[in-house]
Design a protein around this ligand. Structure first.
Ligand code: PAF
Length: 276
């Protein structure tokens, strides 16, 4: 496996590769990321993982500074997982000048996490577009835990005509159901025990809707109240349709319930598909 720090070197390394699959990450990898690499191997011959903590997608006062940088450990895990190239540029390499040219995210980004993380999706689509331009993959793999991000990236590809197939991979979970996330490492042991409450609430909504309930707003409100009563600060618990990430109309069946909430200083997100 090659660890590459510059764009020129990366382009030289990939010049003769006919089948490149990109797994974009911010590092601090866990089993969820490694499952993306495993999936990537089904889609092409040269697997490139990028590791870059992208300042543009962190809101002011966010956890950019404390986001764990664990390149050595990440490299070892990626090599074991069958990755061929790790692209780990520093900030000067990816943003040699202030990044004045940025992409505007689609309308679907102006809700849910977009309401609570100003500039986040602009930062995501800008860096993902840059990575697509640099790596020129034919496929890119993303986790479904960041459901809205995946939705927005699919729109980026469609609307900007990137010749990249986007593959979404199921969320990896801890045995108690907590979605794996680099941010789980911020949790104290008491917070870690409590953290599964978000997933339990989403699961309850899923089960009730799949059992016939249609009072969506009431169900989301109950979940928010349960989290709040247990000391969480809730950004949202919301139901959307899968086709447009819009509030579902009557009779829509392919839905998703999404939640984002703070436990102490840590913001967790999760989602579950629902077949109503
Ligand atoms: O999901 C992430 O880790 C990041 O948002 C991404 C896609 C690597 C862009 O920085």
């Amino acid at each position: 496996m090659d660890l590459i720090r510059t764009i020129d070197e990366l382009r030289a390394r990939l010049a003769r590769e006919a089948s490149i699959v990109l797994v974009p990450t911010m590092g601090n990898l866990h089993a969820g990321h490694l499952s993306l690499v495993e999936e990537a191997r089904r889609h092409g011959r040269c697997i490139v993982a990028s590791i870059f903590v992208n300042r543009l997608q962190f809101e002011p006062g966010g956890d950019f500074e404390r986001y764990p940088r664990t390149l050595e450990r990440d490299g070892e895990a990626l090599e074991k997982a069958g990755c061929h190239v790790v692209f780990a540029p520093d900030e000067k390499e990816l943003y040699p000048q202030p990044q004045e040219i940025r992409l505007a995210p689609p309308k679907s980004a102006a809700q849910l996490c977009g309401d609570f993380r100003p500039g986040h999706f602009e930062g995501v689509v800008t860096v993902v577009a840059k990575l697509f331009n640099i790596v020129a993959p034919h496929t890119a793999v993303f986790g479904r835990k960041d459901y809205q991000q995946l939705f927005v990236i699919r729109a980026l590809v469609r609307q900007m005509n990137y010749p990249v197939a986007i593959v979404g991979v199921e969320t990896k979970r801890e045995p108690d159901g907590l979605a794996m996330s680099s941010r789980n490492g911020y949790l104290s042991s008491e917070e870690r025990t409590e953290a599964v409450r978000l997933n339990r609430n989403l699961k309850r909504i899923k089960d009730l809707i799949e059992g016939g309930r249609r009072d969506f707003a009431e169900l989301c409100d109950l979940a928010s109240r349960d989290l709040t009563a247990a000391g969480w600060r809730v950004d949202y618990v919301a139901l959307r349709n899968q086709s447009g990430l819009a509030v579902p109309g009557p009779g829509e069946r392919d839905l998703v319930v999404l939640g984002a909430a703070w436990i102490g200083r840590t913001r967790l997100i999760d989602n579950l598909d629902i077949r109503a």
